[in-house]
Design a protein. Structure first.
Length: 232
């Protein structure tokens, strides 16, 4: 489980949706959220506003492409299913139509390493998946290609998608991606961003492998994310 055992996972999905709205990275009925469970995942229903959503409307979907209950799952259920099937480390998936990520997705450009935090998605760039109609296998296939060795990507003329081990981590990543896209838009309006070199990004990626870890959790061969002061 990626939520405390005493918490209803369906309510955790709704709470994440509401936090997305509070953060300004989604609106209305756009976007969707899911949480892995033993035999599949919980996902938001199709066409229901987050503010009115109730736990009984969160749809259980199996990895065998079946669902239960009276509510249809999100039209993008297939993207979520394919991430869970292909990426065992994924515990939660978030798809949004956040403003700046969506704007850049309409340019169909790969976002270069203009800022070292681009490594937050797992690589030296933020890829943009090829365009395909929403809710289709073609879109899911394009997404998986863009997510190779990544945990986030843009979806051409659509938005962005990301995953994490928990709902909190996935939501954090969604916020970081939108912030990076906003920064890139502003930088391009101001001038031509200077991108980091392969060597510089290699150093960043090495450090990101231990980012957020405590010394006891870091192997001697790993590059520490922080040049820490001496411990007394």
């Amino acid at each position: 489980m990626t939520v405390p055992p005493q918490q209803d996972p369906r309510q955790a999905v709704i709470d994440t949706c509401l936090r997305m709205s509070e953060m300004g990275i989604n609106q209305g009925t756009a976007g969707n959220v899911s949480l892995r469970k033993d035999d599949g995942f919980w996902i938001t229903p199709s066409g229901v506003a987050y503010e009115t959503m109730r736990p009984g409307q969160i749809v259980p979907v199996g990895l065998d492409e079946t669902y239960e209950g009276d509510w249809l799952p999100s039209s993008e259920w297939r993207m979520h299913l394919d991430i869970y099937a292909a990426r065992p480390e994924a515990g939660a998936v978030i798809h949004t139509h956040s403003v700046h990520a969506t704007a850049l997705s309409c340019l169909r450009e790969e976002i270069p390493p203009f800022h070292y935090m681009i490594a937050v998605a797992g690589g030296t760039t933020l890829r943009c998946a090829d365009y395909a109609t929403f809710g289709t296998k073609a879109l899911s296939h394009a997404m998986l290609a863009a997510l190779k060795e990544r945990s986030a990507c843009l979806l051409a003329n659509h938005g962005m998608i990301c995953f994490g081990p928990t709902l909190d981590k996935a939501l954090w990543l969604a916020g970081e991606i939108e912030t990076l896209c906003h920064q890139y838009v502003v930088a391009r309006q101001t001038g031509t961003p200077v991108v980091l070199s392969h060597a510089e990004m290699a150093d960043v990626l090495a450090r990101f492998r231990t980012y957020g870890k405590q010394p006891r959790d870091i192997d001697a061969k790993d590059t520490p994310a922080v040049d820490a002061p001496r411990r007394r």
